[in-house]
Design a protein. Structure first.
Length: 404
């Protein structure tokens, strides 16, 4: 099997996913083109040699439709020989795109592939594409469908996490992200976003609030109580998990991932392709995996995906120096720590989506880049990136730094 190497990883800053967010005026295709152009500018490659551009996008409708990966590559100035495709594994789409990119290389069918993703949540809101899972009553009943916020509250209830537990985790995410910003930990991978006139509109993540505390979060009302109690989703969750007498509604905007806009791109290649263009590999892909899990609870996939990837590499969690676990909700990471026994000081050391935001189709590629940067910054070797996924799935990638 051919080995796949990571040569570079870049991302845009995350802009608040609202009409007053800094990136709202930037179209999704220009947002996606930003990290693609940066990869070509930072690395002396002939873009005609890129065998594929694989981009995650969770809401591929309207401005984000029409195979945004291919069109963004053209807008970024890539040679017409570089094809592109978009993929959707819900919140793990960006990492799945990277898995596919690495997999093409490992299979011996490609030499250079870009993986990544994009989501402009201020312009194409979540659930814009609809879908039968939530809208077809027969499908929803058969699969015990509940919205993800209900799943998060169900997860916290089942495992006995308190509101204070969740808020304490969220406050720590902001502190870590603020410390990482102040230390320049994101600088290597961040590329500014410009408008059509070339004016810089955003250079740093918008949502980090270093003054966030458990006390300041205490004033926020639970976000999903009405869905659960008034729309009947609590009853659906309890029917699936009858050991729960009542779903405790504990998640809110402050301990859940922020809605943001953003894009990211990661350059994968063979050792020979890198040498051809004078590139130095930063890491190699050891393994990747995706799993299916129970779809009502929905958010437990990361531990199972990581275990599967580690088995493929002949490793276990003790061999991993750092983990990036997407902070879709605070309970997701608390459950991951409980399931794996990995302490918090090895997880999300630069903060996570609660502070920085979760631009759906881009997040997986973003956290992969953060993981690589932190391994290098701390002179560590092995890292894992993983995300929970809608409809009950999980995705992971295991990487090892190339040193010397």
């Amino acid at each position: 099997m051919t080995e796949a190497y990571i040569y570079d990883a870049v991302r845009t800053p995350r802009g608040r996913g609202r009409r007053d967010g800094a990136l709202h005026a930037v179209t999704p295709v220009r947002l996606a083109a930003t990290p693609l152009a940066a990869l070509a500018q930072r690395n002396p490659i002939d873009t005609a040699a890129i065998d594929d551009v694989v981009f995650g996008c969770v809401e591929p409708v309207g401005e984000q439709s029409c195979d945004i990966a291919r069109i963004a590559a053209l807008v970024a100035g890539y040679d017409i020989a570089a094809p592109g495709t978009q993929v959707n594994r819900f919140c793990a789409s960006g990492l799945e795109a990277c898995n596919i990119a690495a997999g093409q290389i490992m299979a011996g069918q490609s030499d250079l592939v870009v993986g990544g993703g994009v989501e402009s949540m201020s312009r194409v809101p979540m659930m814009s594409s609809g879908g039968m899972w939530a809208t077809d009553p027969q499908v929803a009943a058969l699969t015990h469908f509940v919205p993800q916020g209900i799943s998060a509250d169900l997860l916290a209830t089942l495992h006995g996490y308190s509101r204070r537990d969740l808020d304490a985790y969220a406050a720590q995410s902001h502190r870590r992200a603020a410390a990482a910003q102040a230390a320049g930990a994101f600088d290597r991978s961040l590329v500014p976003v410009r408008d059509v006139g070339g004016r810089v509109v955003l250079t740093t993540d918008e949502g980090v609030r270093p003054d966030t505390t458990v006390e300041s979060l205490a004033s926020l009302k639970p976000a999903f109580a009405d869905q659960g109690e008034k729309l009947g989703f609590d009853a659906v969750a309890i029917a699936r998990y009858p050991e729960v007498l009542r779903v405790e509604h504990l998640h809110h905007a402050g301990n859940s991932s922020a809605i943001v806009d953003g894009a990211a791109a990661v350059l994968f290649g063979t050792r020979a392709a890198g040498a051809r263009f004078g590139l130095t590999p930063r890491a190699r892909v050891r393994a990747f995996a995706s799993v299916g899990t129970e779809p009502t609870i929905m958010l437990t996939g990361p531990s199972f995906a990581v275990e599967k990837a580690l088995r493929r590499a002949g490793m276990d969690a003790r061999d991993v120096d750092l983990f990036e676990v997407n902070e879709a909700f605070a309970a997701v990471v608390l459950r991951f720590m409980e399931a794996t026994g990995v302490p918090h000081d090895r997880i999300n050391v630069a903060g996570g989506a609660i502070a920085l935001g979760h631009p759906l189709g881009a997040t997986g590629a973003m956290i992969l880049g953060v993981l690589l940067d932190e391994l290098e910054r701390r002179d560590l070797t092995v890292g894992v990136a993983t995300l929970c996924v809608g409809a009950g799935m999980g995705t992971a990638m295991l990487i090892e730094r190339v040193q010397g």
